[in-house]
Design a protein around this ligand. Structure first.
Ligand code: OAD
Length: 238
């Protein structure tokens, strides 16, 4: 039996499926990843742009970077891998999509409930009143943007050194632990706690299938690795 036939069989047999996605699933939509060739962290320093300290020091600089990323993302559309996950969700009674991505492409593809571990670039949070609100303006008419109350707004994402949204990691861990099949798609598996979901699923008995052109530090935990672009491999599972 080929790996593809085996993976199709595991997918067909699993009644509960959980998925962890990372920036690589959106690479074929034209959105740069963080690490690897052409990765954002090659050109920019996370500590200058993606920490609460960076924002406190220079909100305009941080917002200019987020505004640029929003422009890039707005030009992209969901790809075949995002769409394949929508199809898998339709077929399974228990399905959880956990993403580290803030780009909103899973929403645009039509995925249902999504655990967005690192927040959402299309939302903002007020530094004064704490309001958490959607904003899809591209480009932003004024940088930095403000809340209706007049307070400074920040991107609705999780920065380095910050906690994940309350209760979300517990929900993700529960999904990973109860999954019969766990798909790991387009993540370097280097950022925690998100990456810990992979050993968590494996220890709890899930079959793990990875989709990534480059092996990562946790690839050895996978029962099967499709070493290539997610948009090419994932639809072949269906
Ligand atoms: P990374 O940029 O670290 O990793 C992207 C992964 O996608 C790499 O392993 C690539 O090999 C893989 N990849 C590239 N093209 C692919 C394709 N077509 N199909 C499948 N895989 C492909 O992105 P993440 O693992 O998501 O956090 O990074 C995790 C977190 O680090 C992000 O959420 C962000 C970042 O700093 C915060 O900003 C808090």
């Amino acid at each position: 039996m080929t790996s593809l036939e085996q993976a199709r069989e595991w997918l067909a047999a699993a009644s509960s499926v959980a998925v962890l996605t990372g920036a690589g699933i959106s690479a074929e939509s034209g959105i740069p990843t963080f690490r690897g060739a052409g990765g954002l962290w090659k050109e920019y320093k996370p500590e200058d742009l993606a920490t609460p300290e960076a924002f406190a020091k220079d909100p305009r600089l941080v917002w200019e970077w987020y505004n640029w990323r929003r422009e890039l993302i707005a030009k992209g559309a969901p790809n075949a891998a995002h769409r394949a996950l929508v199809e898998i969700e339709k077929r399974k009674t228990r399905f959880t999509l956990i993403t580290q991505n803030v780009d909103g492409l899973h929403d645009l593809a039509g995925s249902g409930k999504i655990l967005k571990l690192h927040g959402d670039i299309w939302r903002m949070r007020c530094m004064e009143c704490g309001a958490n609100f959607p904003n899809r303006r591209v480009p932003l008419p004024k940088i930095p943007p403000h809340c209706a109350c007049g307070g400074l707004a920040r991107p609705g994402v999780v920065w380095f050194g910050e906690q994940l949204p309350e209760g979300m990691m517990q929900e993700a861990e529960h999904a990973a632990a109860s999954a019969q099949l766990f798909l790991v798609i387009g993540t370097s598996a280097t950022v925690y706690p998100a990456a810990s979901l992979i050993p968590h699923a494996k220890k709890s008995g899930a079959r793990v299938i990875e989709f990534n052109p480059e092996p990562g530090p946790l690839s050895n935990l996978a029962d099967c690795v499709f070493q290539g672009p997610a948009g090419e491999w994932l639809p072949q599972l269906l």
